[in-house]
Design a protein around this ligand. Structure first.
Ligand code: AN7
Length: 352
């Protein structure tokens, strides 16, 4: 039986005590080749895959880092964890704290997180604290609090988070028997792009793979500090998960980009929502807006002719979170669903 990514990738993770592993059997997520979308956007000679991290136990990639961070907190005898979050980290921290018997304190930007994520933090039993400020303000607060209070910080500044998250790179290489040519993913606080790059490099050094991908990140245009090379004090985007103006792992992300000869560029909210719609209607996959920045970026690069398609390419888009967490973007105009009487004759007219 599969028992989570720490046991699966034990040789790459520094965990002392097996009995204290805190897991919800995260990882081992769906990896799928897209059937319709690539040709719909005019891509030939390219295999496009998605890694659907929205199928983790709390519906996002954050569970990979949280199994490690909470396991280490547990090993060290910690009784409580704390994080700032645009939503997914708080849901994940709350769940892993719940199963390990720890308290979770989560600071969220008031009214700027998707309701599904808020519901998760509440139902898992976290102490939810809304801040009249943005994610960057909340992160600043939790860093300071964790320095003076008896509570373990589980944002991605906690190095064990990235350790857990790097296993997604291992899974992709295990499936393809190589690294993809491009890894495309959204960039918010910039931990994930840094973790993937660490994972690919470790697999390369251990000769599990003989190539490395171009790390290709995408920020939302209204929240693109790395692209613009400046702190954004009032980030705005429909993709609330990546509404971040001063990423904690900024330097690591830039290093990943440069070492891999990749890129970090911006996609607009409109491009993100078009990509979300295409992915759902062409492929049957519902990912949250932030996740769809990876597909929006693929579409943008494909139409700009930025991908060298003279040879067959493997491209992996990471879908970091589940669309069910944030239905408001799809339902935002009042429901456009026609209501009919339960009249068979009338319903039959719909088929002609
Ligand atoms: C779906 O939950 O920062 O670049 O507090 O939820 O590693 O930050 C979420 C980030 C992409 C960006 N996709 O990843 C949080 C939080 C989804 C996310 C990102 C997030 P990083």
């Amino acid at each position: 039986m599969y028992e989570g990514l720490i046991r699966k990738y034990r040789n790459y993770l520094d965990v002392q005590d097996d009995s204290k592993i805190v897991t919800l059997n995260e990882g081992n997520t769906l990896f799928l080749r897209l059937k319709n979308l690539p040709s719909a956007i005019g891509l030939k000679n390219v295999n496009v895959y998605v890694k659907f991290e929205g199928l983790n136990p709390t519906g996002s990639f954050k569970d990979r880092g949280m199994t490690m961070a909470v396991t280490k907190a547990n090993e060290n005898g910690s009784k409580a964890v704390i994080c700032a979050s645009t939503g997914n980290t708080s849901a994940s921290a709350a769940a892993y704290a719940a199963v390990s018997g720890m308290k979770a304190f989560v600071l969220i930007p008031d009214r700027k997180i998707a309701l599904g994520k808020l519901a998760q933090a509440i139902v898992y039993g976290a102490r939810v604290i809304a801040i009249d400020g943005n994610f960057d303000d909340a992160l600043n607060m939790v860093v300071r609090l964790s320095e003076t209070e008896d509570v373990t910080l589980v944002n991605s500044i906690n190095p064990f988070r990235l350790q857990g998250q790097k296993t997604a790179a291992f899974e992709i290489c295990d499936a393809l028997h190589r690294a993809p040519d491009y890894l495309m993913l959204p960039v918010g606080n910039a931990g994930n792009i840094s973790a993937y790059w660490m994972g690919f490099k470790e697999y390369y050094e251990n000769r599990e793979i003989a190539n490395l991908p171009k790390m290709t990140g995408f920020q939302a245009a209204g929240a693109a500090p790395i692209v613009e090379n400046r702190v954004i004090s009032n980030p705005e985007t429909v993709a609330t998960a990546i509404r971040i103006g001063n990423p904690a792992s900024w330097k690591l992300a830039v290093a990943a980009r440069d070492e891999s000869k990749g890129s970090i560029s911006a996609v607009t909210d409109e491009e993100i929502l078009v990509a979300q719609q295409l992915l759902a209607s062409q492929e049957g996959i519902f990912a949250e807006p932030a996740s769809c920045a990876s597909v929006a970026g693929l579409i943008k690069k494909a139409s700009a002719g930025d991908l060298e398609t003279d040879r067959p390419l493997d491209i992996v888009c990471v879908l970091t979170g589940n669309g069910l967490k944030d239905t408001s973007v799809v339902l935002k105009d009042e429901l456009k669903i026609d209501v009919f009487r339960p009249d068979l004759e009338q319903l039959r007219t719909l088929f002609h």
